[in-house]
Design a protein around this ligand. Sequence first.
Ligand code: FES
Length: 132
Amino acid sequence: MDYTETIDEILDHYRNPRNYGELPDATVRAKDSNPLCGDVIEMSLKIEGDRIVDVRFRGKGCAISQASASMLTDRLKGMTLDEARSLNRDYVLGMLGIELSPVRVKCATLSLKVLKLGIYSYLGSSTKDLEV
Ligand code: FES
């Protein structure tokens, strides 16, 4: 399979991340790291009613983790909390569009985990059994 275009898109998101930065009026913020490498993603969400109306992220890490956060935040604006909460690993892998090794899957899902930590924290739910 030829992944050239997909890889170009991932590299573009890595080099020119969308929604990068901080939301001063964020409703909730969340942060987590990939335990395998220590790379970090931090996300701020602005929530109105049951909808995500704005989102930013900051982070330090590999191309997959940063591109994944950039692509994911692009898709989050306008989503309801229920929609965002139901996103899963397969959604993120489909969004990236390339096959990844298990170690790289952790890179890809770091932003999803941070998103869910933020939503769970906003809803006051326990994150004990959080899985992505
Ligand atoms: Fe650290 Fe990918 S190598 S998140």
